[in-house]
Design a protein around this ligand. Structure first.
Ligand code: AMP
Length: 341
């Protein structure tokens, strides 16, 4: 019998609760410093204690996961803490498509896939000398927005880049990706694509609360001008959104285009959960600045279902539980190879 495993962070509680509700044995790769936290949750059957998550590729973790017939569910922490090479070398079957995670981590590949999917995106800015208007400088990988900054000129960019180098967050220009800043309502669109049913499900929308950019609007302009501290976009929390119903048709179209482009360029495609992240402008035009090719932490809001899952399922369902259901069905029909890589 298959078991379900994940790393102890990000959305592990949601994933393993969903797995337990579907009858799976659950394993958590858990950093020793978080043992006490995760022991509180009775739906976690086994803790595999490690000093660092990178041990997931070591012999010991590998043999425990193998013995338990585990499927590993990837999330943001896996991408943030391990290189694409390390992730691709994991022997345990990974739910979804582990090859697409490299496309998430590399900003240039990421932009290519979004272009192939015909997603409208803010323009990327080729170099600091090409800055001509407000840009956002972003770090590669799933940095969670930490250390991202805004700049309106090359000088301002250089000053802020040097500060990040001093703080040890980046080594130089090549660690930063420049993109036009788009102003509007930010929305993070959560989807699940079932490789078994070949169907796209729209799961929910969230917004992110990012520090300290979110606090800026509470400070009068004259005080802002005197501030020494740069803004950052460090995600602290998420809250739910519902969209105007007239926007839904385009949401499905964007999701389907993304699934089709992924199937073509990164086989076996965008199987399982993913998220398209962007901004609605004053004309309700969406511009996607990012995608996540795996479950996002914003789904933690909807552990009991979202307004949109209510329309598809007759029971409250989280993304974690949806994943477990897909694995269960695949196992029943001898199709586990179709839902893992
Ligand atoms: P990302 O790592 O691309 O998800 O970016 C982290 C955060 O930076 C987002 O949640 C947004 O708040 C902000 N952001 C990123 N790109 C843009 C953009 N082009 N325009 C406006 N805000 C952005």
């Amino acid at each position: 019998m298959t078991s379900i495993a994940t790393l102890g962070s990000h959305c592990a509680l949601q994933l393993l609760k969903g797995a337990k509700d579907e009858g799976f044995k659950t394993l958590l790769i858990c950093e020793k410093k978080r043992q006490k936290l995760y022991e509180r949750f009775k739906f976690i059957d086994e803790l595999v204690l490690v000093d660092a998550f990178s041990e997931v590729i070591d012999e010991r973790c590998d043999s425990i996961l193998q013995k338990n017939n585990s499927i590993l569910i990837p999330h943001g922490t896996l991408i943030a803490q391990m290189s694409s090479e390390q992730i691709e070398s994991i022997k345990t079957p990974i739910f979804g498509n582990k090859n697409i995670l490299r496309w998430e981590s590399d900003r240039n590949l990421k932009q290519k896939l979004m272009d192939e999917a015909n997603l409208p995106t803010p323009k990327s800015v080729s170099s600091p000398s090409a800055i001509n208007g407000l840009v956002i400088a972003k770090r590669h990988g799933a940095a969670g927005g930490k250390g991202y900054f805004l700049a309106s000129s090359e000088d301002e960019y250089n000053k802020k880049r040097d500060q990040l180098i001093k703080e040890g967050m980046i080594k130089g220009d090549s660690d930063l990706y420049l993109q036009e800043y788009t102003s509007g309502v930010l929305a993070y669109l959560q989807f699940f694509y079932s490789p078994l049913k070949k169907e796209l499900e729209f799961f929910g929308v969230d917004k992110r609360h990012e520090s300290n950019i979110e606090g800026l609007a509470r400070i009068p302009a004259e005080n802002q001008l005197k501030m020494e501290k740069f803004t950052s976009f460090n995600v602290i929390a998420n809250s739910p959104l519902v969209l105007r119903e007239s926007l839904l048709d385009e949401v499905y179209t964007m999701g389907e285009n993304f699934v089709n482009a992924s199937e073509k360029h990164v086989p076996p495609g965008m199987n399982g959960p993913f998220c398209i992240e962007g901004v609605y402008d004053e004309n309700a035009q969406f511009s996607a600045f990012e995608f996540s090719a795996r479950i996002v932490a914003g789904t933690n809001i909807f552990m009991n279902g979202s307004p949109y899952t209510t329309l598809i399922f007759d029971e409250p369902i989280s993304m974690g539980r949806r994943i477990a259901k897909e694995i269960k069905e695949a196992e029943l029909n001898n199709q586990l190879k179709d839902v893992t890589t």
